[in-house]
Design a protein around this ligand. Structure first.
Ligand code: NAD
Length: 482
């Protein structure tokens, strides 16, 4: 560990060292390149105390001042787009071009959208002249918010929680994934630079079981927003139940793409390719089951496989590569175990097994080719479990009723996409899908004023300009007799 850079916790506006550290790896080389604090209950307690103290002032700071500071954070991050994108890529394995085009711009959008939201907030008022009363509502920030985020879109997802919490007047204790802590640390420096008051945002680095559980079980953290796996989401739900905390859980997905025979394949195929493989398939919204109507099944598979074969995988700093490296050795092995399962079950692996030609420096990185599997039964774990890698199954269907039932047959319910040129099909099918978002002839088009979240094992609650405000505030209805 000696000689390598060490991150420090960000508590009460100060950078504080810890006693022990965790190794962080560059997924594209397999090299240990960074050490991050292995925080526990003691560090979390300090962070919560700092956040509680700062809450007294921050919760009363006018919305326009909170918005000004959030916009200032966005401006600084935007001015350092390259630096942030390169750091995100090195920590996570994604291509630099993707971090530049998607992750870091979205960090700025998160800050600005929620800053704007707080400037436009209104309440409800209702007169009841029949009883000489009038009513109105007001929203109060809940208190210290615990924000826990995953490794796949590190700063993008952390700021999707941080921005509304700060806008609402909460102070926060954040814990990014232990595998991708770097850009949160860089953001902490920006927050000091723009003058965010000490203790408003605290960032504690470390593992889920140690630092994460210390946050979710802290009695002075009344609201928890978590994005991550369903297994951990269930544990957090159980751990927080005795405290009756406010909870938002954004969990895993097993998302269907439904392609009807009247589809415009020229438009569908490039988007479907992206939705199956972008970010190495490490997106909760990834399409991992593609249902294609029988008359066009063979043609769809042929063209999809051709395109998948042409995708370039390798060095994340090379902008010719569409895919970089998966997050870790363990995660690569997990994704590969599903490809082994496909072999064992006698499925057809149309592409994905060809060897990769990687530059010398990337030989120990965690790379995988886009893998396309057919001849797979709906009951296979390939069709029911989240793989979270560049592996997609394509299966045929006959009728609309059948495909709705099959798409809904999994435990998850995050999103789906429908591909058809018939607007009637769209309006019949979309509302019947048990998911939080349905995209029609597109994928991952997002406006932050619209609610985002999942059903079933994909989570509880919604995030968005209005919905997140409801999470981080408590509403009081005031009834006045005159
Ligand atoms: P994970 O559940 O392993 O970890 C997520 C975060 O929770 C990390 O910061 C981790 O340290 C922390 N954590 C782990 N155990 C904890 C515990 N016991 N108590 C408190 N915190 C704990 O998930 P991951 O592997 O980092 O991310 C991948 C998962 O996230 C996938 O399932 C993916 O679908 C999901 N995800 C969902 C969305 C969404 O919006 N629905 C978005 C992105 C990712």
């Amino acid at each position: 560990m000696a000689g390598l850079p060490k991150l420090e916790n960000f508590i009460d506006g100060q950078f504080l060292a810890t006693g022990s550290y965790i190794k962080s790896y560059d997924p594209s080389t397999g090299e240990h390149y960074l050490n991050i604090p292995d925080s526990g209950a003691e560090e979390v307690q300090k962070a919560v105390e700092a956040a509680r103290k700062a809450f007294i002032t921050w919760s009363k700071t006018p919305g326009k001042e909170r918005a000004r500071l959030m916009n200032a954070i966005a401006d600084v991050v935007e001015s350092r787009l390259d630096e942030f994108a390169e750091a995100e890529s090195r920590d996570q394995g994604k291509p630099v071009w993707l971090a530049k085009a998607v992750d870091i711009p979205r960090v700025c959008y998160n800050m600005r959208a929620f800053a704007s939201g707080i400037m436009h907030q209104t309440g409800i008022s209702l007169a009841m002249p029949e009883v000489d009363c009038t009513n109105y509502t007001c929203q109060r920030p809940v208190g210290v918010a615990g924000l826990i985020s995953p490794w796949n879109l590190p700063l993008y997802l952390l700021t999707f929680k941080l921005a509304p919490a700060l806008a609402a007047g909460c102070t926060v204790v954040c814990k990014p994934s232990e595998m991708t802590s770097m850009t949160a640390y860089m953001l902490a420096k920006v927050m000091n630079e723009v003058g965010l008051p000490a203790g408003v945002c605290n960032i504690v680095f470390g593992t889920g079981p140690k630092a994460g559980e210390a946050i979710v079980t802290n009695p002075n953290v009344p609201v928890i927003s978590f994005t991550g796996s369903t297994a951990v989401g269930k544990r957090i739900q159980a751990l927080t139940a005795p405290y009756v905390k406010k909870l938002s859980l954004e969990l895993g997905g097993k998302n269907a793409g439904i392609v009807f025979a009247d589809v415009d394949l020229e438009k569908c195929l490039p988007v479907m390719m992206r939705s199956s493989f972008i970010n190495q398939g490490e997106v909760c919204l990834t399409t991992s089951r593609i249902f294609v109507q029988e008359p066009i099944f063979d043609e769809f598979v042929k063209r999809f496989v051709e395109k998948a074969k042409s995708i370039k995988v390798g060095d994340p700093t090379d902008s010719n590569n569409m895919l970089g490296a998966l997050i870790s050795k363990e995660h690569l092995a997990k994704v590969q175990s599903y490809i082994d399962l496909a072999k064992a079950e006698g499925c057809t692996i149309n592409t994905g097994l060809e060897p990769l030609d990687l530059p010398e420096k990337n030989k120990n990185g965690y790379f995988l080719r886009p893998t396309v599997i057919t001849n797979v039964p709906d009951t296979s774990r390939l069709m029911t479990e989240e793989i979270f890698g560049p592996v997609v199954c394509i299966v045929p269907f006959k009728t609309e009723e059948e495909v709705i039932e099959r798409a809904n047959s999994v435990d998850y319910g995050l999103c789906a996409s429908i591909w058809t040129e018939n607007v009637r099909t769209t309006h019949r099918v979309a509302p019947q899908l048990q998911v939080g978002t349905v995209w029609v002839n597109c994928w991952m088009v997002r406006h932050l004023c619209l609610p985002f979240g999942g059903c079933k094992f994909s989570g509880v609650g919604r995030e968005g300009v209005k919905e997140s405000m409801d999470l981080y505030t408590d509403t009081t209805t005031i009834c006045v007799k005159y």
